[in-house]
Structure formats: C-alpha cells, structure tokens
Design a protein around this ligand. Sequence first.
Ligand code: NAP
Length: 248
Amino acid sequence: MPTTHPTSTDAPAPGLTVVLGGSGGLGAALVVRLRGQGVEVLDIGRRTRPALDYLDAGSIEACAQQVADRLAQNGQPLARLIVATGFLHGDTGSGQRTEPERSWQHLNADALAHSFAVNAIGPALVMKHFLPLLPRQGRCVAAFLSARVGSIGDNALGGWYAYRASKAALNQLVHTAAIELARRNREALCVALHPGTVDTALSRPFAKTGLQVRPPEVAARELLAVLDGLDPAASGGFFDHLGQPVPW
Ligand SMILES: NC(=O)c1ccc[n+]([C@@H]2O[C@H](COP(=O)([O-])OP(=O)(O)OC[C@H]3O[C@@H](n4cnc5c(N)ncnc54)[C@H](OP(=O)(O)O)[C@@H]3O)[C@@H](O)[C@H]2O)c1
C-alpha cells in the first residue's frame, strides 16, 4: 500500500518555504505562486496562528520556535525564508498616521521609529531567530524584500527619509547576516531584493504615471526566478526583480 510517511523512503523530505507577511500584496502573490509550483509554504503574518507582529519581539521568537518544531517533526529542512513585510505609510501603531516625508520639515519621531521597527528591527530579529533554522548543508535561501529607494548610491531625488533610511539599515543587516551565515553553510544565500514598483496597498498612493507599475503576480514570478538563479557567491547582495545588482 502506498504511504507518504517521510521515513518510508531514502529521498530527503522536501524543504519548507516560510513567507513572513503573506497578507501583503507581494507576500500573497509569492505564496500563491509557490503553492502553484507544488511548494509547501507556511505563511506567517499578523493575522495567522501563530501571529507575527514586529511590535511584539516575543512573537518573532515564538513563531520561529513553532517553525523549528514543525521542521523537526516532519524531518524537513527550511529551504527558503522570504520576508515580505514592510511599511511606507499608514498607522504607526500609536494611533498616528504617517506619509513619506517630502522635506526634513516633516520628520517625526513616531513615524521614524515605526519605519525602523517594521523595516529594520523586525527583520533583524527574524534573522536572529530564523536564520539558525536554515540547514548547515545544501542550498537554502533567506530573502528580504527591500527597496531601491533604500540605496544611498541611487538616491538622486531625496525625500522619504524614514523609508529610505530604514531600508538602508535593512540592507546593511542583510549583508552582515550573510557573512555570518556563510560561516555555517557555504551554499546558503541571504539577499535583499528590490521588487520594482508593484501595484499593492503600499505603493498605490505614490505610483506616478510614467513608472512601470507591475501586478504582484508578475513581480512574484520574477523575484522567485531571481532567487532560483542566484549562485551562493551572490549572498550578501542586493538585487532587483530582474536579477541586476542594485548599488548600496
Ligand atoms: N509595492 C511596491 O511597489 C514595492 C516597491 C519596493 C519595495 N517594496 C517592498 O516589498 C515588501 C512588500 O511590500 P507590499 O507592496 O507587498 O506591501 P503591503 O501590501 O503593504 O504588505 C506589507 C506587509 O507587511 C506586513 N506588516 C506591516 N506591519 C507589520 C508589523 N508590525 N509586523 C509584521 N508584519 C507587518 C503587513 O501585514 P498586515 O497585512 O497585517 O498589515 C503586510 O503583510 C515591503 O518590504 C516593501 O517595502 C514594495
């Protein structure tokens, strides 16, 4: 009688993909695309069980523990970790709403703190708790959605202080974590990705005519193709949705 018990065959159990922020425009499209490819995906966000909220550091550790338990139970490796969370505008968690700053006059401590909490500090704690779950051998990927506007070298327009600075911080965290990750597993990748301008709640109020705004499904397909094609030597890098390096 056929069985699907993981110990009934010598073949390794297929890896699990974890998407953090699967409720977002890009995160949801990534989850759908991966599941359509037959990949086993665990989608974790503020409304899932377990719930992950970057404003509650304990929730990050608790989610990682649940993932660790599941991997151990199923004898599975963590093949991919995709962090699709992010914040540009809206509720800062303290009842205030914020928009990207057009001038230094608009800088606001609450908005800066929230941008750093969601775009940099939360992902940093994700690194702390989830990167140790990646296997010590074999190809595996941790991808953090960043943004080209976090690039200092590419910044010709100014503005958007909190978003730019918090994504620049994320990029440095990704690069630093990639160095440590390589000491554990030379085939592991840790990268920052720029998805291009994508039609989601995050970008919609700011998508100017003339910009190439793509549907999330297209961006998801492109980003996954980039991840599949990256060589371990690319770890620590910052790439756009076409696989081109983005300046720091
Ligand atoms: N869309 C674009 O054009 C574009 C361009 C460049 C870069 N990006 C980057 O791509 C990523 C995904 O963006 P998107 O366009 O898909 O945005 P989105 O639709 O607004 O999704 C944002 C995601 O972040 C989650 N999130 C927000 N605050 C959180 C918190 N405190 N704790 C945990 N999760 C939180 C949201 O959860 P809830 O659903 O619970 O709110 C949602 O899952 C972001 O990093 C963004 O900066 C997007």
